[in-house]
Write a protein that binds this ligand. Sequence first.
Ligand code: PEP
Ligand code: MN
Length: 361
Amino acid sequence: MEGKISISPLLSDKWKKRPLIISGPCSAETEEQVLQTAIQLAETGVVDIFRAGIWKPRTRPGTFEGVGTKGLPWLQKVRQVTGLPVTVEVASAKQVEDALHFEMDVLWIGARSAVNPLSVQDIANALRGTNVPVLVKNPLNPDIELWTGAVERLAKAGVENIGLVHRGFSTFGNTEYRNTPMWHMAIEMKRRNPHLMMICDPSHICGRRDILQELSQKAIDLDYDGLMIESHIDPDRALSDAKQQITPLQLKKLIDSIKWRHESTNENSFNLALEKLREQINQLDDELMQLLSQRMKIADKIGEYKKENNITILQATRWNEILEKASTKGKLLGLSEEFISKYFDAVHIESINHQNKVMNS
Ligand code: PEP
Ligand code: MN
């Protein structure tokens, strides 16, 4: 099922600016820390919304779980002092009520809540009749229907301003990232919901400071509508997510270093050149399809021979041979090993399906 939801773009009137920069500490720890971080962030002039976690859904118990409701007045003070709108994470109906009581400007649903339809429904019910914008982070696991379902639950409860936050997905074992981005998931979510803004959260994807800039640039190159980046006045001493937080000054440097690109331009010569190149791509894609179709027709023939001679479809040695050759050749042609492997797997499966059909017909 395609998740088409007709709701207006997030923050449509109030915060039109793109890209939208949301920043603030992972967690509110003390009033002083919250205020100082907010003041320094406001001084950078690059931040549009201040974030802080009050209730922290932590993976393991015994770690800092947030200051709770007493942090909400600190955020009100942030708005008073800096003029920045404020946002907090909510994970239950009660937290929604508290957050709204203290007039939070935007709410967000975290990755650990987005996985649970009961939690999301609980939150959605509490939001009925309010008009606060809500950002929905991707669920921990790469399930686009779950992410879509969360958005639908909010939309059905009448939440009009919904945005998406891509914060990466949990994987087993060590990778370069804390949460692998799986960009294709976010791109597909964006394709399905072009009217919803998509923000990237490089902090939780990277889990470390040194690759934050590179990842943020990539998100901007992929036409994301904004970034949510954690910032703390004293990152190394943060009570949660210390390794990934940066100081307000580092945040400013990061944002200033990003090369902003546009989705389109009115420049005629550029558009003409682009159109020509796209025409070539369309042509090549068409040829590739024709070639793939020819390839599958040959697979059908092989299927017939195998059927007559009672031979199995899969011959592992032959397949390994093809893969090895393709990988070497792909490298020479400037194609990555990962791509070649994925491409040949897909072709192979299609080929097996074709042969299977012939052999069992
Ligand atoms: C957070 O934003 O601090 C947070 C807990 O994020 P996530 O839900 O993406 O893990
Ligand atoms: Mn965090």
